[in-house]
Design a protein around this ligand. Structure first.
Ligand SMILES: Cc1ncc(COP(=O)(O)O)c(C=O)c1O
Length: 344
């Protein structure tokens, strides 16, 4: 199978499995797991943040941040296609008691500008309007096609938000893809964000885990909420050992995934009824618009499956995500199959 549904399908490398088998462990709820502690220190160091917390999932990292930055009755601002809004099962309402103001970015890539955010902010308004408590950004933007936000754009939003005493949380599930695509450091891309969540378990290839980063007191409180959410893990060093390799080694090869995604987008752009601006594909996510194709997105994906290729249909689009288990040859095979299914 060529599995292009997501980069979450990556399996741990042989090096990760070895490190997991040999990991030194302790009870992390007591703060006694040396491998977890090391991973947290490394992550904080790489991002230039005061502290980090190992969480079981990206969703949990995001939702702890939403909970800590807001109070019930607040509103959080997020781009309309954002993960926190669409794919975390209403947790901002369930756990934090906040409502969401979704703002559609004018750019198809899903990146909000400060001008767009500012229009949606309720601050210093009459007491009977719902107060904004938090701004959430996403870099790369998954349903914006893996698009990237620059360090300057991120800092501009953060600085304006801070002038209004508003915190900014970054869902940086794929922040290393963004950093590699822009030849930037993760620290620069996130330096003015109050909190950051990034995933070890996507393109970086670890089997499980995400990191939440921020100031020391924020992370201390996040530890309490992680436990409350049921995310207090015990000998989690087994997982953190793979996470350490993901954090330090995997970013070095992400550029290959980006080259493969570009090749896929360029090839796909020539297919009948498929539209995509290959120029805009910057990282490892490719979203083809198939509204003008002879088959629906679901039908195309079903046929691809017969060719042993997996992709995800979303409305009139098909999303394909490259990762280290997908080779250049796999991309060519996928394009050949697509050509047979929908023609060119
Ligand atoms: C942008 C983004 N944020 C957060 C998450 C959540 O990560 P997890 O599946 O580990 O909860 C994902 C998962 O795909 C994602 O794409």
């Amino acid at each position: 199978m060529i599995d292009l549904r997501s980069d979450t399908v990556t399996k741990p490398t042989a090096e990760m499995r070895r490190a997991m088998a040999e990991a030194e462990v302790g009870d992390d709820v007591y703060g006694e797991d040396p491998t977890v502690n090391l991973l947290q220190e490394r992550a904080a160091e790489i991002f230039g943040k005061e502290a980090a917390l190992f969480c079981p999932t990206g969703s949990m990292g995001n939702q702890i941040a939403v909970k800590l930055h807001t109070k019930p009755g607040d509103e959080i601002i997020i781009e309309e296609r954002g993960h926190i809004l669409n794919w975390e099962l209403g947790m901002p309402a369930v756990a934090a008691g906040v409502t969401i103001r979704a703002v559609r970015a004018a750019d198809d890539n899903g990146m909000l500008t400060w001008a767009e955010i500012e229009l949606a902010v309720h601050k210093n308004q009459p007491y009977y309007s719902c107060p904004t408590g938090l701004i959430c950004l996403e870099n790369t933007h998954n349903f914006g096609g893996g698009s990237v936000m620059s360090a300057a754009e991120t800092s501009e939003i953060c600085n304006h938000a801070h002038e209004l005493n508003l915190p900014v949380h970054l869902d940086g599930a794929r922040i290393f893809n963004s950093a590699v695509a822009q030849n930037e450091t993760a620290a620069n891309l996130t330096k003015d964000c109050d909190s950051v969540q990034f995933c070890l378990s996507k393109g970086l290839g670890a089997p499980v885990g995400s990191m939440l980063l921020g100031k020391l007191d924020f992370i201390e409180e996040a530890r309490v909420w992680r436990k409350r959410f049921g995310g207090g893990m015990r000998q989690a060093g087994i997982l953190a050992a793979a996470g350490l390799i993901a954090l330090t080694e995997s970013p070095k090869t992400l550029h290959i995934d980006h080259e493969n995604a570009k090749r896929l987008a360029e090839g796909g752009a020539n297919l009948k009824g498929v539209s995509i601006d290959a120029e805009k594909v910057q990282t490892n996510i490719v979203i083809f618009d198939v509204s003008n194709a002879s088959l629906s997105s679901g039908e195309i994906c079903a046929k691809l499956k017969e060719h042993e290729i997996l992709a995800s249909p979303f409305g009139n689009s098909i999303r394909m995500v490259t990762h280290y288990d997908v080779s250049r040859e796999d991309i060519d095979e996928t394009l050949n199959s697509l050509q047979k299914i929908i023609g060119n």
